[in-house]
Design a protein around this ligand. Structure first.
Ligand code: URA
Length: 193
């Protein structure tokens, strides 16, 4: 943790949590922390793996190729991106965009858990096996779990494919699209608009 020994349970707002993240994770000199974006009380949250190059440059999640594909499917599912809180397990880019190490995930997870507690979403979409294994079950297989709701007391989780996994796979693309539509419909059932 930080020199100041800030206990995350005592952090009661996203702005302070972001500052603690900044002091804990130190993005590279030419990169930014990608903490997450969206309304601090969003009912719908999306969790990816880690920022890529474009995300680290801009400090915003899902703004590169994966983000453009995600935007397209959100639109088709009639989910307004600016109503969604979007974040990642890791808040800084792993060097060379490699997969996050277990040690990096364990260090980052308490921050994500606090982020979830503060935003209090009703629906969480986990994109890809890294996010699903971190949030749902370390042994989960995305191909088996995707498309099925996981109940977690205050919220429901929809595991699905990461957009980067569907670029060259039409079948998976349709499933990602279907899962987002299902998640959008569930939100409408929970909170009629
Ligand atoms: N992939 C992710 O998992 N997250 C991003 O923000 C961008 C790409």
């Amino acid at each position: 943790m930080t020199d100041e020994k800030v206990w995350l349970d005592d952090v009661n707002d996203l702005g302070t949590l972001k500052n603690v993240c900044m002091k804990t994770f130190f993005p590279a000199a030419d990169e930014k922390l990608v903490f997450g974006e969206g309304p601090g009380n969003a009912s719908f949250m999306i969790i990816g793996e880690a920022p890529g190059e474009e995300e680290a440059k801009s400090g915003r999640p899902f703004v590169g190729n994966s983000g453009r594909l995600l935007n397209k499917y959100l639109e088709e599912a009639e989910i307004a991106r600016d109503h969604v809180y979007i974040t990642n397990i890791l808040k800084t880019r792993p060097p060379g965009n490699r997969k996050p190490k277990n040690s990096e995930m364990s260090q980052a997870l308490p921050f994500l858990e606090r982020q979830i507690q503060l935003v209090r979403p009703k629906i969480i979409v986990c994109l890809g096996s890294t996010a699903v294994q971190a949030i749902v079950d370390p042994k989960a297989k995305i191909t088996e779990l995707r498309g099925t709701w996981v109940e977690r007391g205050n919220f429901k989780i929809m595991p699905t494919f990461h957009p980067s996994a569907v670029f060259r796979d039409e079948g998976k693309r349709q499933l990602l699209k279907r899962d987002l539509i299902e998640a959008g419909n569930m939100l409408k059932r929970i909170i009629p608009q």
